[in-house]
Design a protein around this ligand. Sequence first.
Ligand SMILES: C[S@@+](CC[C@H](N)C(=O)[O-])C[C@H]1O[C@@H](n2cnc3c(N)ncnc32)[C@H](O)[C@@H]1O
Length: 301
Amino acid sequence: MIKKVTGKLFNSITRKSRMKKISILIDNGLPIQMKSILNYLVTGHSDEKTAAVVKLAEGRRKEIAGKGDEKIPIWYSPKPDSSGSDTSINARPQPGKVLEFTMKRIAMTGKNQTWGTVLYLLAREFESSVGIELGTCAGISSMYLSSAPNVKLIITVEGSEALANIARESLKSNQNVKVVNALFDEAIDFELPSLDSKIDMAFIDGHHEKIATIHYFNKILPFLNPGSVVIFDDISWSHDMRDAWNILSNRNEFLHAMDLGELGVCIVKKRSDNPEMKPLYWDLQPIVGRRSIGDPHGWKE
Ligand SMILES: C[S@@+](CC[C@H](N)C(=O)[O-])C[C@H]1O[C@@H](n2cnc3c(N)ncnc32)[C@H](O)[C@@H]1O
């Protein structure tokens, strides 16, 4: 409670200077699309359209949470280093064990309102058209992503059949989402080569283990258009995931790598960009709030 109040006080005192920092970063080359996203994270204010998207997604979250102690299988992220060392596209990192979560916990497992809104704004501001999401859960983040006006198709992948069905229910009004009940590797193999065009957005939000995360990115990379947005979730969830981010955010395929603490957002280079150049790294945590690196527990051996 005290932490919450001091946090709020700190936020309001520093708001002006953080807003000023955003303008300075934009002047120094941070993608302009990040302006409204950072402004939202600093002020909490959003426009009417965004508020309507939030209302729908959070209404559905409440509905799911309302199912309380009913249990559902979920593929829990495996222990760091349990996926071997092969990040190549031919590898098959082993997914985590299937655990039973209550619906109350499932509702909290997806991105919360703030980060769901950020996903919506990322898809909107970068004008994403076709994207893949690895890790659907109950479909809350897919609701946010697919509500952006330019989005024609989101392919979202979930290993748990029960969760995929819950997500289909969440997304019944979002005609631009295809929920695929499969392992991530299988879905990438089947879905991406059969599309008419390449994709321009990827959100990797499941199987949070370094080798697996790098592997999924390597596998998606040939299907990404220049200028694509790649969002890595939970980059501060564990030291292992921070390692993944440190490696990925230094890859020459990216022009920008932006550290929001909770998410890492990367922009794929265009053909006119120097292929040898390292990405421009933007530590945005001083603006949006520092995230300490987690120490996940509860591993089931
Ligand atoms: C963190 S949740 C996704 C949350 C969702 N993106 C949201 O914000 O609403 C990760 C999901 O990925 C699924 N998952 C994890 N590893 C998987 C794998 N290798 N293949 C398929 N699904 C997997 C889990 O069952 C879980 O529902």
